[in-house]
Design a protein around this ligand. Structure first.
Ligand code: NAP
Length: 517
């Protein structure tokens, strides 16, 4: 029988898939908790995930940097209140170095599958290069935005110019003095459009849906303020707290569907549009026809000015096809272009598993999730012991920083891992009825959200269900998962028999929760 207390050298306590914001955070917290027997696997060449891979012009974050950073690592070096991609990437590399995580990461490694060995209480994980790794626990931290969504248009293969997707930006594509078409008007497009407009000869923006836009109250952070922040991290912590609670208190306006939460923000956004865009025809084109918050509310102060530049044209006639020379719209006009930029988003997973996993009895997670991904607290699912998801089903951020969700989940997973070690457990598996009750409550609460008020967005699966975003406040979610409750899980002991949680298990997870609070 495998010795669960002192692992053979080649058995990891934890295998983490992904070295983006959440996977890296998991690694840091494991080290802080004294756990060194883990490895992070990433298909890329460095940490950073989406912030390593998305390098399109203007790429940045529409959550303030004070909150889009780890709570334990405020950073005095941000040059703006809203950071650009390069600085976020730099920050994540700084965190990986400072907390000594790099030696625990295996880059250029894709995980192709993982099979749970019930007898040994081990995950056998395979990599694309044919190696097998054994780990007691697997934590997936793959993020929702790793695969570009390439919208399919008739004739796309005929285009003689250059084509580029924002999520896989090709820096060799020349834009200077070119005729450029930008497809999409989402969070990415409103960053890339203004960033390239002054370079190009002319820009045609192909808009299918106008979005709600709020101004971005960005500002430079001067050297004097950086110096103050370096000396007094408390200043940064207070700033973070202010941004966090502002987002929490205004969350109902972004999340709930009821008119009492829509009137005010719609009025504010409409009056911003009216102030910035004088031409009534253009204003009409830019006016959304769905409820505020149904799709992601965009934060940009330069989209409306860009749309009014002489050489920028907002095209609202639908794309009919792509031709050799450019894009033909439904009104019969052929827009001649040298470059087409797809800002058409990502293939966000609503069904199927982030990694190919086979759990108890060889059951496939892809099969279990074929009609929709579901997990208790967004973290664990019955039939797949010792497998945890970060920012999994139902736990994406609708109104605040993803890091606020990931950090809470990391604390929860570490409690589970510590419990496994303390009790020398083979398996910790959520009870199906506990998971189902949570899923039912998420479905019920989602009915009250604006996301289901009639628009189409990546928040919803093709059958119109929200299993992507958390339908509530982050503070409430954090309280919900502050303590890992062993009574909600089936615990399998070293002898393969079910064991009951002891009072001391409740006390130890409670103490860990208190320490983290
Ligand atoms: P998105 O929100 O999915 O927007 C894609 C855009 O492409 C939409 O305007 C969509 O129009 C359009 N589109 C897609 N297929 C089309 C087609 N066949 N014909 C015409 N138009 C088409 O993608 P995104 O802008 O990349 O943003 C995705 C998410 O990434 C965001 O919601 C956000 O969570 C994240 N993001 C975050 C930041 C940040 O600052 N933190 C920045 C960028 C992205 P419809 O609206 O009509 O579908």
């Amino acid at each position: 029988m495998a010795n669960l207390n002192k692992e053979p050298q080649n058995i990891l306590e934890v295998a983490i898939v992904g070295a983006g914001v959440s996977g890296l955070g998991m690694g840091i917290q494991l080290l802080k908790a004294g756990e060194t027997n883990f490895k992070i696997f990433d298909k890329g060449h460095d940490v950073g995930g989406t912030w390593r891979d998305n390098t399109y012009p203007g790429c940045g974050c529409d959550v303030k940097s004070s909150l889009y950073s780890y709570s334990f690592e405020p950073w005095a070096e941000w040059s703006n209140s809203y950071a650009k991609q390069g600085e976020i990437y730099k920050y994540l590399r700084h965190c990986a170095s400072k907390y000594g995580v790099y030696p625990y990461i295996q880059f250029n490694t894709s995980i192709t599958g993982s099979v749970f060995d019930e007898r040994a209480g081990l995950w056998n994980i395979t990599t694309a290069d044919g190696k097998t790794i054994q780990a007691r626990n697997v934590v997936t931290a793959v993020g929702p935005f790793s695969a570009p969504k390439v919208a399919e248009f008739k004739g796309a293969e005929k285009f003689k110019g250059k084509t580029v997707h924002t999520a896989a930006w090709d820096h060799s594509v020349e834009l200077e003095g070119k005729r450029v078409g930008l497809i999409g008007t989402g969070a990415t497009a409103v960053q890339v459009g203004p960033a390239i407009a002054d370079k190009v000869k002319n820009l045609v923006v192909f808009q299918r849906t106008a979005n709600w836009i709020m101004p971005r109250p960005d500002r430079n952070i001067e050297e004097a303020e950086k110096a103050l922040n370096r000396k007094t991290p408390l200043n940064m912590k207070m700033n973070r707290l202010g941004v966090y609670w502002f987002n929490e208190l205004t969350a109902p306006f972004l999340i709930l569907k009821y008119d009492m939460f829509k009137a005010q923000p719609e009025k504010m956004a409409s009056s911003y549009l009216a102030r910035k865009v004088k031409d009534p025809e253009l204003r009409k084109k830019l006016t959304p026809t769905f409820k505020f918050g149904c799709k992601r509310v965009l934060v940009s102060s330069d989209w409306y000015p860009t749309m009014q530049k002489e050489h920028v044209h907002l095209e609202t006639s639908a794309i009919d096809c792509i031709t050799e020379k450019g894009i033909r719209t439904a009104d019969g006009v052929e827009h001649e272009l040298d470059v087409i930029i797809y800002a058409t988003g990502y293939e966000v997973r609503h069904t199927g598993s982030p990694i190919d996993a086979k759990g108890i009895g060889g059951a496939s997670l892809n099969e279990k999730w074929k009609n929709g991904s579901e997990a208790y607290q967004g973290i664990s699912t019955a039939g797949f012991p010792n497998l945890y998801f970060l920012v999994g089903p139902f736990t994406g951020p609708g109104h605040t920083s993803v890091i606020a969700y990931a950090e809470a989940q990391i604390g929860y997973v570490i409690q589970a891992i510590k419990l496994r070690q303390k009790r020398k457990l083979k398996a910790i598996e959520v009870k199906p009825e506990v998971e189902q009750k949570f899923v039912n409550s998420m479905d019920f609460r989602s009915e009250h959200t604006v996301w289901k008020s009639g628009c189409a967005s990546w928040y919803l699966s093709p059958n119109g269900r929200n299993n992507t975003l958390y339908p509530g406040l982050n503070a409430e979610y954090r309280m919900r998962i502050a303590r890992f409750n062993p009574a909600e899980y089936v615990l399998t002991g070293a002898n393969g028999k079910t064991v009951k949680p002891k009072v001391s298990d409740h006390i130890s997870t409670g103490l860990m929760a208190l320490k983290a609070a």
